[in-house]
Design a protein around this ligand. Structure first.
Ligand SMILES: [Cu+2]
Length: 439
């Protein structure tokens, strides 16, 4: 890779890697990591507390204790969400995150959520799947008055269930602009068999026309599909140790169903939005349909080393839509008269043999011509524009042009696993780029 190409990308992008909550996440990963390490020596005894779930690119919501009550604070507000290199949308979220930060508690906890509304309109929070008193249900006009702009509301209830739940605004269009987050109620002692890694992914759909940033929340024609608020290759790979047991939790609060497929392994469905499923119901499969308003939990042994794709199998959803995205998928046209951009495109074209890239150059006034572009760079992959330690060692063009609901499950032998964890702790990006990597 030429250094000019690298510089171009470094100039052109830079991901909000979800630095908020990073320390929480790292701490959680370290815990999970030590469990995974211990497992190879001797498996944890039954009665062990569960490991925390990790949702890549989404922070955990911290809490304070008021006596025995866990007190959380949520603030709904508009935000900018960078869902892919060169594509930032105007979403709404909680505490600066979309999806909202994950609430993780233990079955039996009493919690208080102090909610503040910084939206320009009223809203409420519904606790999806939780068996709580009607006055905590968060349905405007039925269980409470809508919380006006600038208003606050305090929710407080005891959670007697365990499982993968979620919270969301109780208005369809507010949900579709991002007001949703995961709510994980862990059992007091871990389910058996023990898992070494526990990952969560929120599935979302967005209808954002080219050159626009505001999702059309009334649309059913989605052109951007995200895992935890990112489209591939901006999604963060899930790292697991070879030989470990893995739990993945998928939450869908959108308008389409998503058949999520894992490559190279069979899994069993161990839970739904209603909690843990009895082991007698487990059967081997490798695609799980995560319907609207559902969560699905799957578990498997990470038997085979490699970078295995996890993706929605609807072609439109794994790719993001194709023709709609002409302008969004290419290198910014504003930069196309930049000699660096042009040489970069040519380099890529040679490196990975992508046919459409050579349709550059474009006219100086291209951006002022209505309808431009119609034939440019459609297959431009963006993998090299994403630089994070979790991607270290992945081959060039690892996303294979999939730019929607796709991420990687990286099953790594101990040495490689520890090396990448070290890079994450030191926050080293992928550089040197994979194609120049001799390690
Ligand atoms: Cu899908």
């Amino acid at each position: 890779m030429s250094s000019s190409r690298r510089n171009f990308f470094q100039d052109a992008m830079l991901f909000g890697a979800g630095l908020v909550g990073l320390s929480t996440r790292l701490e959680a990963e370290t815990t999970s990591d030590s469990r995974a390490r211990r497992r190879t020596a001797s498996p944890p005894a039954s009665g062990t507390p569960p490991i925390p779930m990790i949702a890549p690119d989404v922070p955990d919501l911290p809490f304070e204790l008021d006596g025995a009550i866990k007190v959380f604070r949520l603030n709904a507000a508009p935000l900018k969400l960078k869902i892919a290199p060169f594509k930032t949308i105007d979403a709404w979220g909680y505490n600066g995150s979309c999806p909202g930060p994950t609430i993780q508690i233990t079955q039996g906890d009493r919690i208080r959520v102090i909610f503040e509304n910084s939206l320009p309109e009223s809203t409420t929070i519904h606790w999806h799947g939780l068996e709580i008193p009607i006055d905590q249900d968060g349905v405007p006009f039925i269980s409470q008055k809508p919380v006006p702009p600038g208003g606050t509301f305090t929710y407080e209830f005891t959670v007697h269930q365990e499982g993968t739940f979620f919270y969301h605004a109780h208005s369809a269009m507010q949900e579709m602009i991002g007001l949703i987050g995961m709510f994980i109620a862990h059992p007091k002692t871990a389910h058996l068999p023990h898992v070494d890694h526990d990952y969560g992914i929120v599935l979302q759909e967005w209808a954002v026309l080219p050159n626009n940033s505001v999702p059309n929340t009334a649309s059913m024609e989605f052109n951007w599909l995200t895992f935890n608020g990112r489209s591939a290759p901006a999604t963060t790979p899930l790292l697991v140790r070879l030989g470990s047991r893995v739990r993945l939790r998928f939450v869908n609060l959108g308008m389409d169903h998503h058949p999520i497929h894992l490559h190279g392994h069979q899994f069993v469905i161990t839970g739904t939005e209603g909690g843990r499923a009895p082991e007698s119901t487990w059967y081997p499969t490798n695609t799980v349909l995560v319907g609207v308003a559902q969560s699905k939990v799957v578990e498997f042994e990470a038997k085979y080393p490699g970078a295995w794709m996890i993706h929605c199998h609807l072609p439109h959803h794994m790719m993001n839509s194709m023709s709609d995205l002409l302008r969004d998928r290419q290198i910014q046209t504003a930069d196309s008269t930049d000699p660096r951009a042009l040489s970069q495109m040519e380099t890529l074209s040679r490196a990975i043999g992508v046919e459409h890239i050579h349709h550059s150059p474009i006219a100086d006034n291209a951006n002022s011509v209505p309808g431009f572009p119609q034939d440019a760079f459609m297959e431009m992959p963006m993998d090299a524009a994403v630089d994070k330690p979790e991607n270290y060692g992945l081959p060039v063009n690892w996303s294979a042009g999939m730019m929607g609901m796709m991420t990687m499950l990286r099953i790594l032998p101990d040495g490689q696993y520890d090396q990448i964890r070290r890079r994450i702790r030191e926050r080293k990006p992928t550089a040197p780029p994979p194609d120049h990597h001799h390690g």
